[in-house]
Ligand binder design. Structure first.
Ligand code: FNR
Length: 383
């Protein structure tokens, strides 16, 4: 068993284990991938202030996100096709999050359905909604999430139109994978993954197939998803969905102070400063760069969360010190999941927790709520 000391260790194992089509799906951004890269590298530009001779006993990184107690301010972000990274991936990730005491967010584009995850977990999880043109389907999904006991709806606003993801186009991404000479050759090198997959029947979009009009099997699925993302999504639709849902609402994909003010007006409980992990508008600034401006605009009135590029507890600390009240990890948990299933997601969470706790102590802080800009050295031209 290799010693896992950081998220990179899990990334290396993940890359060896999972077929290229699904590895590339995770490890890529849109167009030139500038935003995807900068989400990570911009964290490195922020440095930490070391403080000493402070009593470090009784430290705590526990807090709340939209009223829920969390062991640390880190939730698992919604990630489509998680069940292709590891058999039953969504269930395993949800179980790891539940055991650790952080929220799991199930994507609309998950392989395991809302009901699959609800059956195998005890605590409520969060559900992420993409707005589709078929309103009946959307209302149905909202009803299913409610029936499953989901206690927050994460409504994604930055995917009315799919960003161009060149690697997926080149690989002919699909779930289950279409068998071509190239995909067969690649799948044959990933025997462990294949054996895992053969143990589950969940290999396509469980929230959609059998629920959306005209989508009874995988053959009709790709054309349906390609044309269903709703380009008409506007703030009135957001209001309609909020009413229909009636519970905690988190708006995801906010990268502009004006949009943050609109989110406030429609009554969001939290917003996620996010560029979809660099998968939508390439050329947008990194989330960590945009965070301070949005915290300034609305941070005193609504919970501001952020995601994008978080690979360590140090990254979480920097986001919290810049005013975030919570963060999300996407790829970091997928690396763990693809590397070693539920145990791997636990490794990701353990590593991030340890890094956050130790870094906080070495910055001279005992409580996550005391972090602030005084802990950081931010370059003048950062924003
Ligand atoms: C995503 N993301 C995403 N977001 C969403 O709202 N619904 C989804 O189905 C997906 N699917 C998805 C797939 C993959 C492979 C990735 C990497 C990301 C975006 C995700 O929720 C989150 O915003 C980013 O992953 C955050 O960036 P990091 O942590 O991956 O750098």
């Amino acid at each position: 068993m290799p010693v896992i000391t950081n998220v990179d260790d899990l990334h290396r194992i993940y890359k060896r284990r999972v077929p290229k089509m699904f590895y590339d799906y995770c490890q890529s951004g849109s167009w030139t991938e500038q935003t995807f890269r900068e989400n990570e590298t911009d964290f490195d530009k922020i440095r930490l202030r070391q403080r000493v001779a402070v009593d470090m006993t009784g430290r705590s990184v526990a807090t709340q996100m939209v009223g829920r107690d969390v062991a640390m301010p880190v939730a698992l972000a919604p990630v489509g096709l998680t069940g292709m990274q590891h058999a039953d991936g969504e269930i395993l990730a949800a179980k790891a999050a539940e055991a650790f005491g952080v929220p799991f967010t199930l994507s609309t584009m998950s392989i395991c359905s809302i009901e699959d995850v609800a059956k195998r977990t005890k605590k409520p999880f969060w559900f992420q909604l993409y707005v589709m043109k078929d309103e009946e389907f959307v209302d149905n999904l909202i009803g299913r999430a409610k029936a499953a006991g989901c206690d927050a709806l994460v409504l994604t606003l930055d995917l009315q139109i799919l960003g161009q993801r060149h690697k997926d186009l080149k690989n002919g991404l699909s779930a289950p994978p279409k068998l071509t000479p190239a995909t067969i050759a690649n799948l044959m090198t990933k025997v462990g993954w294949g054996l895992q997959m053969s143990k589950t029947t969940r290999r396509t979009f469980g929230n959609i197939v059998g629920h959306a009009k005209g989508v009874s099997d995988t053959s009709s699925l790709s054309s349906w998803t390609a044309e269903q993302f709703d380009p008409k999504l506007d703030w009135d639709k957001v209001r309609r969905i909020k009413e229909k849902w009636g519970g905690k609402l988190i708006l995801k994909g906010i990268l502009d102070a004006e949009d943050a003010r609109m989110a406030l007006q429609v009554g969001a409980d939290a917003i996620i400063v996010s560029n979809h992990g660099g998968r939508q508008l390439d050329g947008a600034l990194s989330s960590i760069r945009m965070l301070p401006e949005i915290v300034d605009a609305v941070g005193s009135q609504v919970e501001v969360h952020m995601d994008g590029g978080i690979r360590s507890g140090q990254d979480v600390l920097k986001a919290m010190a810049l005013g975030a009240k919570g963060t999300y990890i996407g790829r970091a948990f997928i690396y763990g999941l693809g590397a070693m299933g539920q145990e791997g997601v636990k490794h990701t969470l353990d590593v991030i927790h340890k890094e956050l706790d130790v870094t906080m102590a070495l910055c001279g802080e005992r409580n996550i709520h005391d972090l602030g800009p005084h802990n950081l050295l931010v370059p003048k031209d950062f924003r």
